[in-house]
Design a protein around this ligand. Structure first.
Ligand SMILES: [Mg+2]
Length: 260
């Protein structure tokens, strides 16, 4: 395996599963850092704060700060603040997302008549009234953005729950509109931000993740080499059948240490 100057790691299913570190992930990340590689953790999950990832990684034996984590709320906040600074944004999402947006100076609204952009995300308390308000805003001509395309989020024990992508599908069905801007993986928006964050170009970095439709797609879209790990949602059989072809397929992230 080639030595890269930077490594972008997905978290869930790649570095850990729930509360359990993937065996050897700590050693792998430590050895990459030891030889001077830049490491960044990249999560699409829009319901957790970057601080909580940094704490969790550190607790599991991978020392990390907030600046080592880029998630879809941060990418959304920076993107909206930079590209749509005057927009009134209606959010279907939780506090982790809302707080990043307001910290970045993005104006939030719940009034469909005032809404310039509907930002669809994952909200475990979502109500019919919120779907109705987003529907009215979109029918009235608001732009249609989302934090992340994941339709379900896998939980421990093989259970899955509806994620942002399910809410996008709901609103596409009710309005006949199509999502216009995706910010999280596999979008080039979050990729460009992540690469800028570590000061490296795509060809110097490896994207490591467990999902074909987001992690591997992101690498392909942005011109990064990719490593699929089989510790998360993708089995070797699914990988073999897919038309995505990662640069490397690894049993686990631990193999990165062995490859050094
Ligand atoms: Mg994952």
């Amino acid at each position: 395996m080639k030595r890269y100057r930077g490594y972008l790691f997905d978290l869930d299913g790649t570095i850990y599963l729930g509360e359990e570190l993937i065996p050897g992930a700590d050693v792998a990340v430590a050895s990459l850092r030891e030889r001077g590689a830049r490491v960044l953790f990249l999560s699409n999950k829009p319901i957790a704060r970057r601080e909580s990832y940094a704490e969790k990684l550190t607790r599991l034996g991978i020392p990390a700060t907030v600046d080592d984590v880029v998630n879809s709320p941060l990418a959304s906040a920076r993107y909206l603040a930079a590209e749509h600074p005057d927009a009134q944004v209606m959010v279907l999402g939780e506090a982790a997302l809302r707080d990043e947006l307001t910290d970045a100076g993005v104006s939030l609204t719940e009034d469909p008549a005032q809404t310039d952009i509907v930002l669809v995300s994952w909200d475990r308390q979502i109500t019919y009234a919120q779907f109705d308000a987003a529907h009215q805003a979109l029918v009235g001509g608001a732009r249609f953005f989302s934090t992340n395309p994941d339709t379900v989020c896998p939980l421990e024990g093989g259970r899955t729950v509806p994620d942002s992508g399910a809410n996008i599908a709901y609103l596409e069905a009710s309005t006949g509109r199509e999502l216009e801007v995706m910010i999280g993986k596999p979008s080039p928006i979050i990729t460009t931000m992540a690469l800028a964050g570590i000061g490296l170009s795509a060809r110097d970095c490896l994207m490591v993740g467990d999902r074909l439709d987001t992690d591997m797609a992101m690498g392909e879209t942005a011109g990064l080499d990719t490593a699929l790990v089989l510790t998360g949602v993708t089995s070797r059989e699914q990988a073999a059948k897919s038309d995505r072809h990662p640069t490397y397929t690894l049993e686990s992230v631990a193999e990165l240490a062995e490859a050094l």
